[in-house]
Design a protein around this ligand. Structure first.
Ligand SMILES: O=C(O)C(=O)C[C@@H](O)[C@H](O)[C@H](O)COP(=O)(O)O
Length: 375
């Protein structure tokens, strides 16, 4: 059988491939067998995805002579907390893994982040493979080795940089993804254009609807371009030691605060929060005179036109929610990027011209939040 399209994440001794293409779940065993330390894997999935794809993935490993076991967690962001993480570790240990066991994360960002963190600490570190089944996980969270959980203090505040051995993105699984999940992932696709690739953002404006409607060529192109951008940035700044990787956090200072305020219970999908957060980051950039107003409007128009909720009033599908600017700013202070009490933002000088700054006037921020809440 032909080799799928692969993109290399070039990390010297820890380099790995992202394979992208239709039907790859059925080839997971054959494609990952050479990477396994021993012919046994434990698949970690959630109770939405496992019933749909678990048996096919397990069968593909079994065909390659690999023994499988499966552990399932409840679907949703609430599984990314201490208690769920502890339960997952115990369930994994119940199956008597050894250091040559490989974990396979089958699911979206929550399953990937949770499994990756479990792999980082189980027996002090076992290998793991990502089989992302959402658009968001395929274009973003499965690549780059950011693993972790949420705490009552905020999003992803406990975790590890721990790279997978392989990422296997089966593009056909997106056909069964609910539109809301697709949209949430699409926010992260558009993000790459907004960070440093204005041509890609222009492509998104022309083709975003096709990506969401299931056009296979448009979808594959969007995933490949996103993974190329992410692989390039991660290879250059794996552990976010310079501000380069931090650019991938465009929209996240706002987004994480919105998620924290709604309690990580799934009222708000991560990608929805990021979409609204990117619109706010461009609005703030324009308000501070850093970015042309026309660019901020273009961002808001495109994200809104594909169906992302870019107004705080509509985000999370609960029109009765009230937001409090002071509380949102308090959440931002707890963000990992905050340094010495200074809030950190990814702002922009225009589309594709993002940069990191710790120099944001809080009165300007407060004004933006008050206006966003009132709009
Ligand atoms: O990979 C990265 O680096 C990112 O920042 C990608 C983000 O889109 C992703 O949501 C990430 O998990 C956020 O990381 P965090 O360090 O801000 O928690």
């Amino acid at each position: 059988m032909s080799s799928p399209r692969t993109i290399r994440v070039d990390l010297a001794g820890r380099a790995y491939d992202i394979a992208i293409g239709p039907g790859l779940i059925d080839r997971a065993g054959e494609l990952s067998r050479p990477l396994l330390a021993a012919p046994r894997v434990t698949i970690v999935s959630d109770d939405t995805v496992e019933p749909i794809y678990g048996a096919r993935l397990a069968a593909s490993f079994e065909r390659a002579g690999v023994k499988t076991e499966t552990v399932t967690v409840p679907a949703g962001e609430s599984s990314k907390d201490f208690a769920s993480f502890g339960r997952l570790l115990n369930e994994l240990l119940d199956r008597r893994p050894d250091r040559k066991t490989t974990l396979v994360a089958l699911g979206g960002g929550v399953v990937g982040d949770l499994t990756g963190f479990a792999a980082a600490v189980l027996l002090r570190g076992v290998d793991f493979i990502q089989v992302p089944t959402t658009l968001l996980a395929q274009v973003d969270s499965s690549v780059g080795g950011k693993t972790g959980i949420n705490t009552r203090h905020g999003k992803n505040l406990v975790g590890a940089f721990y790279q997978p051995r392989f990422v296997l993105a089966d593009t056909t699984v997106l056909d069964t993804l609910p539109r809301r999940e697709l949209l949430a992932g699409y926010a992260e696709v558009a993000k790459y254009g907004l960070i440093d690739d204005p041509e890609f953002f222009t492509w998104c404006e022309a083709n975003g609807d096709k990506v969401l409607a299931g056009d296979a060529a448009a979808r594959t192109y969007a995933i490949e371009q996103s993974c190329l951008s992410k692989a390039r940035i991660v290879a250059a700044d794996e552990r976010e030691t310079t501000d380069l990787r931090a650019l991938l956090n465009l929209g996240h200072t706002f987004g994480h605060a919105l998620e924290a305020e709604t309690g990580f219970g799934g009222a708000l999908l991560h990608g929805e929060a990021v979409g609204a957060g990117m619109a706010m980051a461009f609005d703030l950039s324009a308000r501070l005179g850093l970015c042309p107003q026309a660019d901020a409007e273009r961002v808001r128009r495109h994200l809104g036109s594909v169906g992302l909720p870019v107004r705080l009033r509509t985000i999370g599908g609960d029109n009765s929610r009230t937001w409090d600017a002071a509380k949102l700013i308090e959440h931002m202070r707890g963000d990992k990027k905050a340094e010495g009490g200074k809030l950190t933002f990814v702002l922009a000088r225009g589309i594709g011209k993002s940069f990191v700054t710790r120099d944001v006037d809080e009165a300007g921020l407060r004004g933006l939040l008050d206006d966003a809440i009132a709009a």
